[in-house]
Design a binder for this molecule. Structure first.
Ligand SMILES: C[S@@+](CC[C@H](N)C(=O)[O-])C[C@H]1O[C@@H](n2cnc3c(N)ncnc32)[C@H](O)[C@@H]1O
Length: 259
């Protein structure tokens, strides 16, 4: 039984990293008129209320996005900031867009979205928010992705953002990404992983780096949200990164380095 709920962690420093890079990627993909596909294996509920008791309980949003906004990391025309403002305008000042909402907000009506979420409650919330905009699957995200890839249109991006509740994810992800690359050669794949004191990601990363030459690994570190909290950083492994993404990655490295 799945117990992870992203509301406890929404808008934390790892979300800011993942969502800022995703927003820049999505923005890049819309520079050409050709339609794109967005696939997400672990979507979550898509819309979060940061004044919710669960979000306030951990204080991760307060230490994350809310602290970052005081530092003006994102200019008004940055795609992450644009998506944030759009969500707040529609849903109120405490609303936060998860990755499906970011994609829904930044992509165009001609683009296709495929979102998988297995948890019944999260899936119901996702459906309520995104059903007019996306194809929603209440099934295992890896299976959903295998069943629709290569997608139409071919140009596009897949976000793989598991909660790593199942430690076997660390072993199965490299094989999954290899399969997707084989059937969807041009697809951009973005994998998020936590950097834990236990360093569980290292073996997975050594497999990924040995397999994919056209890739980039980007990691940022920060202080744990609370004493004894195991996460000390956030990582992204991107296959087929578009030209131009490096500038944003370097900028984020420098900003996180100043925290
Ligand atoms: C880290 S959260 C997703 C957050 C979201 N990507 C975002 O950035 O806004 C991971 C989600 O995956 C869901 N999940 C766990 N195992 C899954 C599976 N095998 N297939 C699809 N969803 C799964 C969990 O219920 C949880 O909502």
């Amino acid at each position: 039984m799945l117990s992870y709920q992203h509301i406890y962690h929404a808008a934390n420093l790892a979300d800011v990293h993942k969502h800022a890079v995703l927003a820049v990627l999505l923005d890049y993909l819309t520079h050409k008129p050709k339609a794109v596909t967005y696939v997400e294996t672990h979507a979550g509920r898509s819309l979060y209320n940061l004044s919710d008791a669960a979000a306030r309980k951990t204080g991760e949003a307060k230490e994350g996005l809310l602290a970052i906004e005081e530092k003006s990391w994102f200019a008004p025309d940055h795609p992450y900031r644009r998506a944030l403002e759009q969500t707040r305008q529609i849903n109120g000042p405490d609303a936060y867009p998860g990755s499906p909402a970011l994609a829904g907000g930044l992509l165009r009506s001609t683009d296709s979205l495929h979102l998988a979420e297995l948890h019944p409650q999260e899936s119901a919330a996702l459906k309520k928010e995104m059903r007019h905009r996306a194809n929603i699957y209440m099934q295992d995200g890896f299976e959903m992705a295998k069943s629709i890839c290569p997608p139409t249109p071919r140009r596009g991006v897949m976000l793989i953002d598991p909660s790593y509740e199942l430690k076997t994810d660390y072993q199965t992800i490299p094989g999954f990404m290899k399969h997707i690359k084989r059937v969807w050669n041009v697809g951009i794949q973005v994998l998020w992983y936590p950097i834990l004191q236990k360093q569980l990601h290292l073996e997975m990363l050594s497999h990924l780096e040995a397999t994919f030459s056209m890739s980039v690994r980007h990691e940022v570190s920060f202080l744990p949200a609370k004493k004894n909290h195991g996460m000390t950083g956030s990582g992204l492994f991107i296959i087929n990164p578009p030209f131009g993404l490096q500038e944003e990655l370097s900028r984020l490295s420098s900003l996180y380095g100043q925290l």
